[in-house]
Design a binder for this molecule. Structure first.
Ligand code: 5AD
Ligand code: SF4
Length: 470
C-alpha cells in the first residue's frame, strides 16, 4: 500500500520548546509507504511542521521540504524508496540551478534500519530520522536548512511516546470522520522473518490517560470511528483508572464510554495476545466492529515453529472458534507468507487447508522476502522464486474466492453504514460496512458522519451498493 497524505491546513502548538525560525510560505510534501502506523505518523509530522510554518501540499513540485515516510518490511518496499530518491535528486538539482533550495528527508523504518547508509547511497538526502525521534523533527529540519547532513536515529526508550503535538480540533475536523490512534509501538515477538523488532524497537504501551485524551479530542473534532494502532496492538497493557493492570479489552471498554465515538477497531494483533477480556469485548461491546485482523502467516506447525510464532495451526483454529462463539458475525482477516525457508509442498498445503477451515473475509499474502539482520535470512533451504510465485498465485486465488463469497453473502442484508466521503460519481456518498467494505449510497441518504441503516442491493468485487431503510 502506498498513498499520499491529503493536503491539510491549520497549525498546532509547538510543544518542542525550541525557538524556531518560521520559514514563511514554505511547503512540505509527505509521501507515505507501508502500514497504517506510517499514515498516522505522517499526519503527526505534518502537524508539527505546520506549527513551524510549513503548509502541507500534495504537489511535490511546489514543496520546499520533501519527506519520505518509508517501509522496510519487504525488500521491494525498501527499494522503492531508493528509486524515488533517484527522481528527487534530479528535482533537487533542477531547483538548485533555478536558485531554489529543497530539503529532502527520509523518515520511517528504512531510516531506522539503514541510517548513514542512506546518505551514502543517496547523497541528495539531507536528513534521516527514525520513528522514535519524530518529536525532534522541527529542529532537525531547521538544522538541515542550515546546510547540515543529519542522521537522527538514536533514542532512549522513555522517549518513545514523547510524541508530536496533538492536532487541534480544527485540523481533526478537516480530516474526516475516521481516524487512527496509536496506542502501542514496537514488538518483542521476534518472528524470524520480521524486521519490526529492529526498526520499531521493543514493545511500549502508551498510558491510558494519553489515549483517552486523544480519543476525546478526536470525538470532539467530529471523528466517529477510531482504529487503535500498534505493531502488536493486543499486547497493549497499562494501569487502568481503577488502579488495576488493563489489557486492550479493558481499554476498549473505557473508550466505548466516550460520547460520539461510535465505532472502534484495532490492528494488528497477534494470536498469542488474544486474551479473555479482549474476546469479552467482542462479545459485549456493540461499538467494537465485528472484524478482526489476526495474522497467522502459515498453516504448517513446522513452519510456524521455524518462524518463532509460538503457536500451532490448531491453537489458531481453536482461538477463532472461541472468538466466533463470542461474536458470531465476526469477519476474519489475516496475513500469510509463502516460501519461508524450508517450506515444502506439504507445508504449503497445510496453509491452504487452514485457509479453507477458517474462511477469511479479507487477507494479505506475500512471498517471503529475506531481510538483512533477521534470523530467517541466514537459513539454508531458501525456496526458489518460481515456487514462491506458484504458491502465492494458488493462495491468492483461494483467498479471493473467499473474499468474493463474503461480499456476496451480504447482498439482501441490512446493516449500519458510516458515511465517510463523497462518491466517485456525482450524487453518491461512500460509507463503510462494519466489515470494512465500501458501501455506495445516494447522497440524499445522509450527511458525511451519519451512521445510517441500509439494505444491500448489489455487490461488486469488494464494494456494495445500498438503499437506505427507515
Ligand atoms: N517477507 C514477506 N512478508 C513479510 N511480512 C513481514 N515480514 C515479511 C518478510 N520478510 C508480512 C507478514 C506481516 C505483514 C505485515 O507483512 O505477513 O504480518
Ligand atoms: Fe513482526 Fe508481527 Fe512478528 Fe512482531 S509479531 S515480529 S511485528 S510479524
Amino acid at each position: 500500500m502506498e498513498q499520499n497524505i491529503p493536503p491539510e491546513t491549520g497549525s498546532s502548538e509547538n510543544t518542542d520548546g525550541a525557538s524556531v525560525m518560521r520559514p514563511a510560505g514554505k511547503k512540505v510534501f509527505v509521501k507515505t509507504y507501508g502500514c497504517q502506523m506510517n499514515v498516522y505518523d505522517s499526519q503527526r509530522m505534518s502537524d508539527a511542521l505546520a506549527a513551524d510554518g510549513y503548509a502541507p501540499t500534495d504537489q511535490i513540485e511546489e514543496a520546499d521540504l520533501v519527506l519520505l515516510n518509508t517501509c522496510h518490511i519487504r525488500e521491494k518496499a525498501a527499494e522503492k524508496v531508493y528509486s524515488e530518491l533517484g527522481r528527487l535528486r534530479v528535482l533537487k538539482e533542477e531547483r538548485s540551478q533555478a536558485g531554489r533550495e529543497t530539503v529532502i528527508g527520509v523518515a520511517g523504518c528504512v531510516a531506522q534500519a539503514e541510517g548513514q547508509e542512506i546518505l551514502r547511497r543517496a547523497p541528495a538526502v539531507d536528513l534521516v530520522i527514525g520513528p522514535q525521534t519524530y518529536h525532534r523533527l522541527p529542529k532537525v529540519v531547521q538544522r538541515a536548512r542550515g546546510g547540515e547532513k543529519i542522521v537522527e536515529t538514536d533514542y532512549a526508550i522513555e522517549d518513545k511516546f514523547e510524541h508530536l503535538p496533538q492536532p487541534q480540533k480544527r485540523v481533526v475536523r478537516n480530516r474526516g470522520v475516521t481516524a487512527f490512534l496509536t496506542v502501542q509501538e514496537g514488538c518483542d515477538k521476534f518472528c524470524t522473518f520480521c524486521v519490526v523488532p529492529y526498526t520499531r524497537g521493543s514493545e511500549v504501551s502508551r498510558p491510558v490517560a494519553q489515549i483517552v485524551a486523544e480519543a476525546e479530542r478526536l470525538a470532539e473534532g467530529g471523528v466517529r470511528e477510531v482504529t487503535l494502532l500498534g505493531q502488536n496492538v493486543n499486547a497493549w497493557h497499562g494501569e487502568g483508572a481503577d488502579g488495576r493492570e488493563w489489557g486492550l479489552g479493558e481499554l476498549l471498554f473505557r473508550l466505548a464510554e466516550i460520547p460520539g465515538l461510535d465505532r472502534l477497531r484495532y490492528t494488528t494483533s497477534h494470536p498469542r495476545d488474544m486474551d479473555d477480556a479482549l474476546i469479552a469485548a467482542h462479545r459485549d461491546l456493540p461499538k467494537l466492529m465485528p472484524y478482526l485482523h489476526l495474522p497467522v502467516q502459515s498453516g504448517s506447525d513446522r513452519i510456524l515453529k521455524a518462524m518463532n510464532r509460538k503457536h500451532t495451526g490448531d491453537d489458531y483454529r481453536r482461538l477463532i472458534d472461541r472468538i466466533r462463539e463470542a461474536r458470531p458475525d465476526i469477519a476474519m482477516s489475516g496475513d500469510f507468507i509463502v516460501g519461508f525457508p524450508g517450506e515444502t509442498d506439504q507445508d504449503f498445503e497445510d496453509t491452504m487447508q487452514l485457509v479453507r477451515d477458517v474462511t477469511y473475509a479479507q487477507a494479505f499474502s506475500f512471498k517471503y522476502s529475506p531481510r538483512p539482520g533477521t534470523p530467517g535470512a541466514d537459513l539454508g533451504d531458501q525456496v526458489p522464486e518460481a515456487v514462491k510465485n506458484e504458491r502465492l498465485q494458488a493462495l491468492q486465488a483461494l483467498l479471493m474466492e473467499q473474499q468474493r463469497g463474503f461480499v456476496k453473502s451480504l447482498v439482501g442484508s441490512e446493516m449500519d453504514v458510516l458515511l465517510e466521503k463523497p462518491g466517485r460519481q456525482p450524487g453518491q456518498r461512500v460509507g463503510r460496512s462494519p466489515w470494512l467494505q465500501p458501501v455506495i449510497v445516494d447522497e440524499k441518504a445522509g450527511e458525511i458522519g451519519d451512521i445510517i441503516r441500509v439494505r444491500i442491493a448489489e455487490s461488486g468485487p469488494n464494494s456494495l451498493f445500498a438503499e437506505p431503510v427507515s
